[in-house]
Design a protein around this ligand. Structure first.
Ligand SMILES: Nc1ncnc2c1ncn2[C@@H]1O[C@H](COP(=O)(O)OP(=O)(O)OP(=O)(O)O)[C@@H](O)[C@H]1O
Ligand SMILES: [Mg+2]
Length: 145
């Protein structure tokens, strides 16, 4: 499935669609080159879930948590990992318990495509805006209209 995201308003709307369907255990795997909008879409999802404050990019902290949301959100950016085995040192499984994860640069953590709860989104630059290629895992079948 492809979704046109010509501007930031379209990104907000797409974030709302995902947020409305998000459940604990899910992973939204945000693929795409530098600057394609992974953090922008994560912010749209976190804001749509009712978070009112800042949504800092996890570029340096790697993991930011939003425990007060429903579902609770783990926002991760794995860009700085040098090897996928480092996710264990981060204690990622503990963070993910009962939460949904928004993962930037998921392949640097070994990728999550093999999990049925994975909604894989690949962002690409398209003219002035962006295009999303959406590949739902088994647990997402029928959930993203
Ligand atoms: N749909 C869109 N249309 C136009 N511009 C957009 C869109 N989505 C995001 N942008 C812009 O793209 C820029 C980069 O966005 P963002 O920081 O979210 O990218 P990123 O993929 O998280 O980058 P990084 O790989 O460094 O983490 C921002 O200036 C943002 O406003
Ligand atoms: Mg980012």
């Amino acid at each position: 499935m492809k979704v046109d995201l010509p501007n930031l308003a379209a990104m907000e709307a797409f974030g709302q669609r995902i947020a409305a369907r998000l459940q604990p255990g899910d992973v939204v795997a945000l693929n795409g080159e530098l600057g394609t909008g992974k953090t922008t879409l994560s912010r749209a999802i976190i804001t749509a879930l009712g978070h009112a404050g800042e949504v800092p990019s996890p570029t340096f902290t790697i993991i930011e948590t939003y425990d007060h949301l429903d579902p609770p959100i783990v926002h991760a950016d794995f860009y700085r990992l040098e090897h996928p085995s480092e996710v264990e040192q981060l204690g990622l499984d503990d963070y993910r318990e009962g939460a949904a994860m928004l993962a930037e640069w998921p392949d640097r953590a070994g990728g999550f495509d093999n999990q049925p709860e994975c909604l894989k989104i690949t962002l690409e630059v398209a003219d002035e805006g962006r295009m999303a290629i959406v590949e739902p895992g088994a647990a997402w079948q029928g959930r993203m209209p």
